[in-house]
Design a protein around this ligand. Sequence first.
Ligand code: HEC
Length: 136
Amino acid sequence: MRRVTLLVILAITVGIGVAACNSQGTVEPFPETIEGDVEAPEVAVGDAGAGAVVFIDAGCGGCHVLAGVDGATGTVGPDLTVVLAGTDTAYIQQSIVTPDAVISEGFTAGIMQPAQVSDEELADLVALLHESAGGS
Ligand code: HEC
């Protein structure tokens, strides 16, 4: 009796699995015609407002000043509003993920650790820093 119940459950599970696979068969991921230039963005577009929360939560504000963000008053690292002026999002993202790739003038390597943030939080931080520094 128990064995039969198990078999029934197994049959139903497999059935659902097969149905789920079949439903994907008709998806067409690419449009047939593409007009104009379509370039894949190098850096995900984030939300600067959410980035301000991440900036404080992740401890960035303890080491950096950033204009417009309350609590971002640290002086261990450079004032990001100043040093990031004119930089692009790819540079900013690199600075957060691999801080020692480029060392800000007057500062030393090894103080800032690579940020432990999710991809979404990283995108939000990049958007915030890019906006605050009025980057290119
Ligand atoms: C323990 C202190 C400390 C913390 C915390 C910290 N930083 Fe830094 N950061 C530094 C120092 C020191 C430098 C300068 C040395 C260098 O360029 O790596 C720096 C450099 C940077 C730069 C590069 C500036 C340039 O001139 O290109 C960026 C961007 C940056 N930090 C963003 C962040 C973000 C975002 C966070 C939070 C996720 C953060 N930092 C957390 C100390 C810190």
